[in-house]
Design a protein around this ligand. Sequence first.
Ligand SMILES: Nc1ncnc2c1ncn2[C@@H]1O[C@H](COP(=O)(O)OP(=O)(O)OP(=O)(O)O)[C@@H](O)[C@H]1O
Length: 602
Amino acid sequence: MYGSLSESQKIILDYNDGTVVVKACPGSGKTYSLAARISRLLKESQAGKKGLCVISFTNIACMEIEDRLANNFSTIVPLKHPHFFGTIDSFINTFIFLPFGHLIMGCDSRPELVGEPHAPWSVKRSDWDYDQYFDKTTFDADDMLIPIAPYQAFGFRWNYYNKDGKTVNGNILRIMRSKNTLFKKGYANQSDANYLSLKVLQKYPLIAQNIAQKFSHFMIDECQDTNDVHMKIIDILNEQGGSNIMLVGDRDQSIFEWNDAKPELFDQKYNLWDKILLNQNRRSSQLICNFIKNLSSFEEINAVNEKVKDSAIEPSIYGYITPKNATAKDKTIITLEQSVENFKEILNNFLDECRKNKIPIDKENTAVLYRGNSSSKYLGLRSDLNDFETIPWTTNHHHVKNIIKGRHMYENGSFNKGYKLMEKGYFEALMRPSNPQFYCNTQFVADRIYTNGIKQHRKEVFSFIECLPATKYKTLNEWVEQANKVLREAAFALEFRIESQFGNIAIDDYFGQDLNSEKLHPFYFGTVHSVKGKTFQAVLLLLGKKAVRKNYATIINSDPAVLNANDLEELRIVYVALSRPEILLQMAVPDSDLALWTGKMN
Ligand SMILES: Nc1ncnc2c1ncn2[C@@H]1O[C@H](COP(=O)(O)OP(=O)(O)OP(=O)(O)O)[C@@H](O)[C@H]1O
């Protein structure tokens, strides 16, 4: 069963006890080798003894490991008690935050997770209500407040210190105060849960000892995405008895926005702990490996997949014209339509190449990837709307978002999630006129069900839901107007409000379509983040002029030492995209950047 493993992969398979870091290039079989080791340890472990703790950063990455375990190593999945298998967030929530978070937060009962991906936070009583930033901020391991949303989400410039460089800025202080008050009420967002869990382990080493002793081995995949808080939690578990820890990752693929991930933490562990290096790429041709090496920290990447390694298809970069207004100097105008038309030629050429090389144009084999929401418009989509730039949600009426989103989800098949959102929005709409502080938490709903009985409760919520107009083909403004009319007629004492100057947006556009729907494109179409860990035969990467914050030209031309963490991450995002294909790789960039990219990649 393990016969196909390479020499270095076998070292991972046979690694027994101690702390070790596996540093691996893309497609080197990190996930594959990790699955091999898990299957071996499972076979050798004795029933009723300690379990294995397997952690990754996303649900998709967990599914990848499970897939390999089941398909390549005949292991029964999902892994059950005494093992843990899941995301780092669920590990922290299960073993630390939910049972022990209250010890640090000072709340009376089990804490409640709010904000994405849990219950949406919908509190904003005025522009200067600092509670509105609860889901957009957290604390780092040194107790400094940090943003976990783009700058547009804040109604002020994020400067931690005043001009004197010593005293903390008033806005920051007020958010910290608001957060501490809300912690006392039992609320935390997921990043807060991680931070508070670190505090729990620091204050109560016995809790850490207890968790460390539950497991014989800890394995952490995608470890390049760890931030300070995660790494300190891993360190404490290690100090308190978790002595067998394997960290697996590729620092060049660290792309985890707003998680404050620091690939340097992975590097530090690589220097300190035992090391295993995987630098053979089992996915792509040698020509693709040579191309991506220009963005990697590896000195060489060797293609070893017999089927594709000698492919002669050269990776290529094409320029497309970008929209341009007339200026005094240059009267030329290029419309968005002309630009899109020009990109279409590149896309068609890419699809022709796929056909010529017998690559099926379907969701599994061919991908068109993009970075930055604005690029998606090149494929005929309007998902270039930035939630934080065009916020139609108004003070004291943030629940309207939940209600419309819930109704939209309900119509599109997500009944349970849609119901929950509308239920929450309904009670907030009902209670806030008399109690602007009100946030509908799970306790409130549970109490309501207890008092009124589930039947009466459901009847009330459904009578509200059934009144609401359908969202299809309506703009936010049209929907709100219609909803207010029917609610008035049905004698609900409710009124929805939004900022109508931003409300002329189709609801389907605002709450996203299935970008990857079969109807839209036959090939896979999505962001680079959505394909982490995946393999395709062919990839076309579409880049705009600007990465999210800075122009690519500025990033490429700057000394990495002067770039901030977010800018450095942009090049890693490009790297992740370029390392997905087996044989065909193309990039489409603005023609003004063509020379720049060609120079960088050759
Ligand atoms: N020893 C092996 N024998 C057969 N196939 C292998 C072996 N090692 C890896 N592979 C295959 O090579 C491909 C890449 O492996 P895998 O996805 O595990 O790499 P990875 O390092 O996790 O990739 P990335 O980080 O770039 O997403 C997969 O299709 C996997 O099944």
